[in-house]
Write a protein that binds this ligand. Structure first.
Ligand SMILES: Nc1ncnc2c1ncn2[C@@H]1O[C@H](COP(=O)(O)OP(=O)(O)OP(=O)(O)O)[C@@H](O)[C@H]1O
Length: 202
């Protein structure tokens, strides 16, 4: 479902990925590890279609990662959160569900599972770091999808919320491709396949 073949990628003159081969298919969470600067977030940007490989192929669900046809099948949860400080949790979730043509309960049930429901009428500016992370994760992973990539989603989550996310990742990985970048994962995230990127280039 996610397939990197001989991918070269860099920023300007600085090479980051040199001939990367990587696949992620249903059956296990693929956990991408490696030192700071080794290119893990760059891999997710390529997966998300936000960056283009210099050479090689990045395919998601059989399509080029930059093909608009992939949008409905793919979810991407980046480390930077695009949240509006003055809007409430409810307004964010209403926007996200409407954008995907989903009923409110699709978001409400996830918010309840993460314990975010008691903050529904609070603005993002009033949320704790962990609550904002929960909102961002839910917004980015609503509805049906075939592949998901997440960049450091456990940042700021308490043990309980990290456990909920670990459960979701395992559930998703049964029939969807899950590509996870995280320096730290809870012990409950079992059965993952670790793929290590080499040291930073340059
Ligand atoms: N927009 C950018 N412009 C120039 N260089 C960049 C840019 N984004 C990342 N880099 C560089 O590319 C390299 C890989 O960065 P990347 O964020 O993919 O690594 P990472 O493995 O995710 O690191 P970390 O573990 O610190 O999050 C680093 O040397 C970084 O400085």
């Amino acid at each position: 479902m996610i397939d990197f073949q001989d991918v070269f990628f860099g920023y300007g003159d600085q090479p980051v990925l040199r001939g990367l081969r990587l696949t992620a298919d249903p059956g296990a969470v693929v956990h991408l590890t490696g030192p700071n600067g080794s290119g893990k977030s760059s891999v997710l940007l390529l997966y998300a279609g936000y960056a283009a490989a210099g050479s090689g192929a990045v395919r998601v669900c059989g399509h080029d990662a930059q093909d608009p046809a992939v949008r409905a099948l793919r979810r991407y949860c980046g480390v930077d959160q695009a949240l509006y400080p003055q809007l409430t949790v409810r307004e964010h979730l209403e926007f996200a569900t409407r954008a995907r043509g989903l009923p409110w309960r699709a978001a409400a049930s996830r918010a309840e599972r993460y314990g975010l429901d008691r903050w529904t009428d609070d603005t993002v500016s009033a949320l704790s770091t962990g609550s904002a992370r929960k909102l961002w994760i839910i917004m980015c992973t609503l509805g049906e999808f075939a592949a998901v990539g997440l960049d450091e989603p456990f940042l700021g989550l308490d043990e309980e919320a990290a456990g909920v996310l670990a459960e979701e990742l395992v559930e998703w990985s049964r029939d969807r491709a899950v590509l996870l970048v995280s320096h730290d994962v809870p012990r409950t995230l079992t059965g993952r396949r670790e793929v290590a990127l080499g040291a930073a280039v340059g």
